[in-house]
Design a protein. Structure first.
Length: 317
């Protein structure tokens, strides 16, 4: 199975494994830490993880977060200490694995002149890092300890069309920002100039996706996702998704052999209810005309029998 969502799910589970510091046998990330630097830059990669074999072009940069000087707002532009173990072995085309966040295919290396190195990465799939191994997770999830990482300049982010666009092909869809990982010195400089990556935050975050605003939050027993747009004075749409949870637990099992995912199973336990609120309002062209609005609410609550059956997915490729 090769669709993007499937790969995103698999890679996201590995990131969760690394970011939470689970004690799964043979985990390729380091131990758990509450240090703010580790939360921003990730856990150290293991050079020889028990039960795992990296792909031949993977270069492990030693030292964990210590060699990391900064990371750009795109999440792909890293500045490393040029004397750190493994940095000299990096080449365009190789896969850098420094931390659970600083991992990707090297597109460009640029010395800064003061002993550091700018490294521009492209995203990679799980099997571009791991050739053989079994990833297993069985961990409780505490919503009160969740942190949200905003990546302001992520490649492929949506941008609103300009009010007076330049002549070109007609269309009404949102524009795509150019990918940040194109080769060439100016690309690194531009990414670095965009500013540093903000630190992760608790209690939710807010991001813009084109003309839409997405907010995440959590309270006692509830995970909230709020999506809305006020792109024009005449149309407003708001969607509120509330998921009731209790004793959240994630279980996964992923087998990788010879650079291919042989099987993938996952179960998320503890989902109790889902409530969806949709509200929309439309105003007429004249300012004096009253606004009309409509709303819709859908709620479902699982029974005790359903709660004993975790949401699960499995597949083979």
């Amino acid at each position: 199975m090769a669709n993007g969502l499937w790969w995103l799910t698999r890679m996201g589970i590995v990131v969760l494994l690394l970011a939470t510091g689970c004690s799964a046998p043979g985990a390729v990330g380091g131990t758990r830490s509450d240090d703010a630097t580790t939360r921003l830059y990730g856990h150290a990669a293991k050079e020889r993880p028990v039960g795992f074999t990296y792909q031949p072009d993977v270069v492990v940069v030693g030292g964990g977060v210590n060699p990391v000087r900064s990371v750009g707002a795109d999440g792909l532009t890293w500045v490393l200490d040029g004397d750190a173990p493994g940095v000299d072995d990096l080449r365009p085309g190789s896969v850098m694995f420094a931390t659970s966040r600083a991992v990707g295919r090297v597109v460009e290396l640029t010395p800064t002149g003061d002993g550091d190195v700018h490294v521009l990465l492209a995203p990679v799939e799980l099997t571009e890092v791991i050739r053989d191994g079994r990833l297993r997770i069985d961990t409780a999830i505490d919503p009160s300890q969740m942190q949200f990482q905003v990546i302001p300049d992520r490649p492929g982010a949506l941008a609103d069309p300009e009010a007076d666009p330049e002549p070109g092909f007609p269309g009404t869809g949102p524009l795509m920002r150019p990918s940040a990982f194109r080769p060439g010195g100016p690309a690194v400089a531009a990414a670095a100039a965009s500013g540093p990556l903000p630190p992760p935050v608790k209690n939710g975050a807010e991001v813009g996706v084109g003309s839409w605003t997405v907010k995440t939050a959590h309270s006692a027993g509830t995970l909230d996702l709020k999506v809305g747009t006020t792109a024009t004075d005449r149309l407003k749409v708001f969607i509120d998704l509330a998921i009731g949870v209790r004793n959240l637990r994630l279980r996964t099992d992923t087998m990788i052999a010879n650079g291919r995912v042989g099987s993938f199973d996952a179960a998320l336990e503890g989902l109790e209810s889902i409530a969806v609120d949709i509200a929309a309002g439309v105003a007429a062209a004249r300012p004096t005309t009253a606004r009309s609005a409509s709303s819709y609410r859908w709620t479902t609550r699982s029974t005790s029998q359903a709660r004993s059956r975790p949401c699960s997915t499995s597949g083979r490729s």
